[in-house]
Write a protein that binds this ligand. Structure first.
Ligand code: ADP
Length: 746
């Protein structure tokens, strides 16, 4: 509003200024026009008076004298002037004499033409045309015009120049009315000098000048107003009437008018001027429009700015309120989640502990506190062993810091089921815990840490141990009667060998064979059960084991006593096998089990084809592969065959307990390795398991790698078949394939 008001006031002031300026210009122009019109009229009169005075001095005025005296008028630029004439007064009785007289003075063709009845006629004797308006018209009787004759009379009476009332000049009366103009007659009396007439000036005649009002006004005003003013010229006649003599139109509408009255000879003339204020200098400018538009735009911008400023605070407050509400909701939600997490942690039976990236404990649940017995107010991983009293499962060896699940998790390595004994002042008897460690990625927060879950397995292990002892005792006690039965069977068989042949004897021998077979199966089952417990509980006796001889021994053992009804002899290929770090008895059990399965699970009547090779594996490890061309394992069963007592449906018709592979897995995992199964391309099954390389092999491998860095060399035989596979070596001496090996053997 303020902006608009200021704009309107400014525009108003500008407009007023323009109007005032226009009025000032109008005043100036009108004054100039008045001075021009009055000045010109005065100049005509003065010129006429000068001519009259000049003619008066010439006692013998001739046509040539008149022409000479009036010649300067031609170049005087008398706008609107029609002609100048020398006029004399003659009573009617002397018209002929006057004509003769002036013919004698050079007016050769002068014919005086009296018009009307007058006491005196006023004839133009000599004439000079000033506007090229046609030939000189001499001999005219000026008395025919009342206005002209009264002007002449008045001039003679006063002895001064006069101007007539407006009338149509006699000479114009024969042209079309439309072209006729209201005109004036300037009259100046001609007197002889006083001395010529014996003391008194003698009246001789007049010098008369015809003036077209319209031409005069148009010419003078056109120049003076520069086309910006209209003008109307009024003359006040002798009877006081004001008559419009002429008008001059400028372009545009007329909204300013002025009036000026001034004397011309013995009359008053009035000049009425008008102008279009828009055309006057200083009155026309686009400034108000620019100011108006600019002001409106500026006001609109100001209004927007004010609106933004005025509403900005409330908008900001609204945003703050919304953000605060969201923050409160988020805070409530996180408080709820924290409460929920706390409740879950408190209700967990397993201990949970979380550490930051430096190993400082961030939180633990009550179960963790109860398991550890002591507070977790401890410096860092290096002091954990002493502070918490952490030992290996044997209860004697201090648990190495670098193997602790939380430390491994801080290095990004997950671990499961790490057994650890906790024994400290609060736990003098010690408890056995199974610990899982996982790295924690705090995501965007950028902080890392680790979490560990402790599960108390003391009771479970005690129970399992009891069970194992029980199983061992039972197995042992079962095997003793079996040995007795077998012994008696063999004795009975020996006795029967000497008995005479007969159907009863044959029957008795067959029965003894069946008893012996059943006893063998029973003994094998008991052995398997014993191995099952041993595989888990017996302490590992790790040593360097040459895998090649071990496998060869198992193969020989398995094939030396083919039984009647067995499949055709198997076809073995044993690749180069490395030296591994393992418990020899347990490792033999794994190999024996896998080779035994490969021999067992073949189509009836077909010979088994088995390849035992070693290759690849993680650094420091080897991967051993036992591949057969047997009946294979359906995909559905593969995930479960390492579970206890699981047998594939294809195993129906083959003897077995479903414990063999479970035992293998236990043993391999206790060595830190993994075991897996896959289809053998082309049919059959491929079992693979990893084992740590023996230190000697590892050193040899490192040495060979170092040497090979300088020059590609041959592979030491003791490290053949260990990983990782080296491409350069593969190129220099391609690994022996089972087929190639078999061909060599043949
Ligand atoms: P089992 O005493 O039945 O052989 P294992 O644990 O050794 O028990 O094997 C589990 C099951 O895996 C077997 O019942 C059999 O179905 C399958 N299996 C194991 N090895 C082979 C193999 N080489 N070829 C085909 N099937 C096999």
């Amino acid at each position: 509003m303020i902006g608009l008001t200021a704009t309107l006031l400014t525009v108003g002031a500008l407009r007023t200024g323009q109007r005032e300026s226009a009025a000032r210009v109008m005043d100036q122009r009108t004054s100039v026009a008045r001075v021009a019109v009055a000045g010109e009229a005065g100049r005509y009169r003065d010129l006429l008076q000068a001519v009259a005075a000049g003619l008066g001095t010439n006692a013998r005025l001739t046509a040539a004298d008149f022409a000479a005296a009036t010649a300067p008028l031609e170049g005087a630029g008398l706008v609107g002037a029609t002609s100048v004439a020398y006029v004399v007064a003659t009573p009617p009785a002397r018209i002929a004499a006057t004509q003769t007289f002036w013919r004698g003075r050079g007016a050769d063709a002068l014919t005086l033409a009296p018009r009307g009845q007058h006491a005196e006629h006023y004839f133009s004797i000599f004439q000079r045309s000033l506007n090229n308006g046609g030939p000189a018209m001499t001999g005219l009787d000026v008395a025919a015009s009342r206005e002209a004759s009264s002007a002449l009379t008045e001039a003679r009476r006063t002895g001064r120049p006069t101007i007539s009332d407006t009338y149509v000049l006699l000479r114009d009366r024969n042209i079309p009315v439309a072209q006729q103009q209201l005109s004036f007659l300037f009259a100046a009396p001609v007197y002889s000098p006083a001395e010529d007439a014996g003391g008194l000036p003698e009246f001789r005649g007049w010098v008369a000048l015809g003036l077209h009002g319209q031409d005069f006004l148009g010419g003078v005003l056109g120049v003076a107003s520069q086309g910006l003013l209209d003008g109307e010229l009024f003359a006040t006649n002798g009877d006081g009437r004001r008559v419009l003599v002429a008008g001059y139109d400028a372009r545009g509408r007329r909204d300013l008018t002025r009036q000026a009255t001034f004397p011309v000879a013995d009359r008053q003339w009035t000049l009425l001027t008008g102008a279009d204020s828009q055309n006057l200098p200083g009155a026309r400018s686009s400034m108000p429009a620019i100011v108006l538009i600019g002001g409106i735009l500026l006001s609109a911008m100001l209004a927007c700015l004010v609106w933004i400023l005025a509403t900005g605070r409330s908008r900001a407050r609204e945003q703050v309120l919304v953000a605060t509400a969201e923050l409160r909701t988020a805070e409530a939600e996180s408080r709820r989640q924290a409460g929920l997490l706390g409740a879950i942690m408190s209700s967990l039976g397993d201990g949970v502990g979380v550490v930051d990236e430096n190993g400082a404990f961030l939180l633990h649940n009550p179960a963790a506190q109860a398991l550890l017995g002591v507070s977790d107010d401890v410096d860092g991983p290096d002091s954990w062993q002493q502070h918490f009293g952490l030992f290996r499962a044997d209860g004697r060896t201090p648990f190495p810091v670098e193997e602790m699940p939380l430390v491994r998790a801080l290095q990004g390595e997950a671990s499961d089921g790490v057994e650890m004994l906790i024994r400290n002042d609060q736990r003098p008897d010690g408890i056995l815990v199974s610990v899982d460690g996982r790295p924690l990625d705090a995501g965007a927060a950028g902080r890392h840490g680790a979490v560990a879950v402790f599960h108390d397995i003391t009771e479970l292990r005690r129970y399992e141990t009891d069970l194992a002892v029980f199983a061992g005792v039972v197995a042992h006690d079962l095997k003793a009667p079996l040995a007795v039965i077998r012994g008696h069977c063999e004795t009975a068989a020996d006795e029967l060998a000497e008995a005479p042949e007969g159907p009863e004897v044959f029957e008795a021998r067959a029965a003894l064979d069946r008893i012996a077979n059943a006893v063998d199966r029973m003994a094998a089952l008991i052995d398997t059960l014993l191995a099952y417990t041993t595989s888990r509980d017996a302490p590992l006796k790790l040593t360097a084991v040459q895998l090649g001889p071990l496998v060869a021994d198992v193969v020989e053992h398995r094939t030396e006593h083919p039984r009647p009804g067995d499949s055709p002899p198997p076809d073995f290929y044993l690749g180069p096998l490395p030296e591994v770090q393992a418990d020899p008895a347990m490792l033999r059990h794994v190999v024996d089990n896998l080779i035994g399965n490969a021999l067992k699970y073949v189509q009836v009547g077909k010979s088994a084809r088995i390849d035992v090779t070693a290759a690849g594996g993680p650094p420091g490890w080897t991967r051993i592969e036992i591949a057969d061309r047997g009946i294979g394992i359906p995909d559905d069963d593969k995930p479960n065959i390492f579970e206890s007592f699981h047998r594939a449906r294809t195993a129906a018709g083959y003897a077995g307990t479903g414990l063999g592979l479970a035992i293998c897995r236990r043993i391999v995992e206790r060595h830190g390795g993994t075991i897996g199964v896959a289809d053998n391309p082309g049919g059959g099954t491929r079992f693979t398991f990893t084992l740590p390389l023996a230190a000697r092999t590892r050193n040899a491998l490192d040495r060979a790698l170092a040497e090979r860095a300088a020059a590609a060399g041959s592979v030491p035989p003791e490290i053949a078949g260990v990983g990782p596979i080296r491409p350069a070596e593969a190129e220099a001496a391609p690994p022996r394939t089972p087929e190639a090996g078999r061909a060599e053997k043949a």
